[in-house]
Design a protein around this ligand. Sequence first.
Ligand SMILES: [Zn+2]
Length: 162
Amino acid sequence: MIEETNRVGYSRRLHPFKLLLCPNKKMLERSIHLARSLFPDVYDERKKYRTFHFSFAWRSRQIISIGQNYPDNTNAKAMRFAKRFGNRKQMEYPYLHAEVDMLSKLWGRYYIDSKMKVVVLRLNSKGELKNSKPCVGCSNIFSALGVGKIWYSTNTGSIARL
Ligand SMILES: [Zn+2]
């Protein structure tokens, strides 16, 4: 079956949030749009990587933080978060995930709680949405902080809720 893909790139046939999560549709579309607009710059800088992760934190109708992954170097922020939240795998491999980059920009400056909504997106080098389900470590951090409203892109180009 041919999937109908709309302007912002997720499948009409597959996206259940259209009906179930109407209030968040705009937020998801704006996140996708923003990820695409950020994409060319990062792509120039990091040609050797094929995919790009972005994480957006929303409060009401505003983006309060944007994070990006940095897969090429281990990172002190990644290590701090890994230790603070007891994520063993990240202590061993402290590469900065988009979610932790996003949270680290809010840390100490913004009260992080369940009102925050998070959208995590991964784009391949063609700008297509790919699976960006948060890893166990990032999921652990979100649940410790009480952040439960999390959406991510899937390999079929749709958006799923964690
Ligand atoms: Zn992660």
